[in-house]
Design a protein around this ligand. Sequence first.
Ligand SMILES: Cc1ncc(C[n+]2csc(CCOP(=O)(O)OP(=O)(O)O)c2C)c(N)n1
Length: 671
Amino acid sequence: MTNLARNLAPQAGARPSIREMANAIRALSMDAVEKANSGHPGMPMGMADAATVLFTKFLKFDASAPDWPDRDRFVLSAGHGSMLLYSLLYLTGYPEMSVEQLENFRQLGSKTAGHPEYHHAPGIETTTGPLGQGITTAVGMAIAERLMNARFGDAVADHYTYVLAGDGCLMEGISQEAIDLAGHLKLNKLIVLWDDNSISIDGSTSLSTSINQLKRFEASNWTAFRVDGHDPAQVEAAIAKARQSDKPTLIACKTIIGFGAPNKQGSEKTHGAPLGKDEVAAARIQLHWPYPPFVVPDQILAAWRAFGERGKSAHEAWKDRLHSLPQSERRHIEQMLSGNIPAVVTEKLNAFKAEMVAQKPKLATRKSSEMALQVINDATDMTIGGSADLTHSNYTITKGMKLVKPGDFSGRYIHYGIREHGMAAAMNGIALHGGFVPYGGTFLVFLDYMRGGVRLSALMGLRVIYVLTHDSIGVGEDGPTHQPIEHLAILRATPNFQVFRPADAVETAEAYEIALASRKTPSAMVLSRQNVAAVRLETSSENLTARGAYILHDTDGKRDVTFLATGSEAELAVAAAETLKAEGVHAAVVSMPCWELFEQQSAGYQAKVLGTAPRVAIEAAGRFGWDRWIGASGAFIGMNGFGASGPAAQVYKHFGITADAAVAAAKKLIG
Ligand SMILES: Cc1ncc(C[n+]2csc(CCOP(=O)(O)OP(=O)(O)O)c2C)c(N)n1
């Protein structure tokens, strides 16, 4: 140890202060950013004191068991400050977060990605980085906690959800959706620590906002107050008070960004760039932190590690409580927490499929979806339904479903309000929390309003089911603002996302079966407003939708042309094939409810289904993406631009999406 180090080090034997423990976060953060030559030191340095209070005085966690279901959740909504989280995970002794990981901050293959990524390391509760997502995801987590609590009581579920959010999170529009919903539902176990440093990338927040955040939160039915974020006693008192509130709480922590960097603190210069060698050296002196980069003195590390173990007894007590429950209740809880859907759901869906094959109903697929959901919701209590104020258009509520209400979480249907983006992120939170499978509805066209959340469902690999009705120009009179054209393409372009556009009730039931079994992939059910004819007329023991595409209507050996169709256009393809048959032309129809699953089939299966004859694709949406299936010589019947307002049948005709057009296109190809 150098002389300087000796002079500045904490007294041997003395218990490190909150400030000394917080300085470990500051030093690790500035050193990691410096080594990576990229990253954001300002936020971790500014919020280190408040985070230290939270982790050492309140947060219920057991670092050796990061997945303990009743742990408190900590969501770093200001994901750019990822080094704050990585430092805390290292200091408290979470598995996999070694000092080497901190040294490899932002490097390829490390667990310490630029922004926290779910699955990269235990203790990272959610992926954050797109500002505003974290706080909204946390609302979903807090809802899930209350849902579990309402079912099984405090003995099983009784934890807080803490969020660290910055100015950016609170400026994003999605945060209003989150705040409004959380306040309305009285999510009193949700506590947000706001890094109230008045700085964002461009400089002072006064460049772009004059809002009174405390009043904004209060107006949304929150408790809200301001403290000095560098005064541990004030932060501690505030969190203690928040935990007693019967509403969610905002604690504005007035902080100095980059606290400890003597020449740069308080300025946007610390937000997203390394401090530089000289400033790091100056900060070491300012913070009384004489140790080399990435070295935390034993005494301070030991204190942190002790806090990492403090929750063990609470964890053990939770396990004991679980084990002392009646066996059937315990099994029920364990099954929900395992995430496995009970086998009875598939059995009931199979029976439903058989019924639909027998009845051959002409139904809108949104209606088929409602019927499938009825079967599912009756067979398992794991599903949590909802809609962004389109319940009776999306058909997402089923008989017997009770509503989730302010302060009453015994129900299982959420009126998310007109908040598509908030709904998507909240569903991510419900899925991340565990115990439940969320599904939520809106019109397909409003996918645009929730893409940020949808993308994170896919990136994180969450089982979230989007029920997206009114899926084409078949919407009719509502006109082009409500007629999705490009939305299937963007969904299909999203990695790790299953897009189902079922053709009838049987395919709809099959799609739900797959979506429920897809533990690490979100799904969209893209559903028609208008009635469609049944196309699956024969019983099949196999889930054909699981193939992604299959021959719906075969020829007798010879094939002159192949129609590829999805959803409401499958019946047009079948009609076209029948017309052609009468004229001696052999046309096969391939139903393609899920491209992503078809891509996963063997080359042999794909070749058999697609055949070698010319292909005509029919889908009442834009062409983007179809060329890969129809090939260079194929034809596409669909939309070239935006739709138009008018009765659905007339709009279809107007845009030339008809069986006759399919027949004509086929004949032209065959020559
Ligand atoms: C949706 C979204 N828009 C923009 C960004 C880019 N961005 C990252 S941090 C930041 C500023 C955030 O300011 P603040 O929350 O005050 O963070 P601080 O400067 O205090 O670290 C911006 C604009 C982003 N990550 N996400």
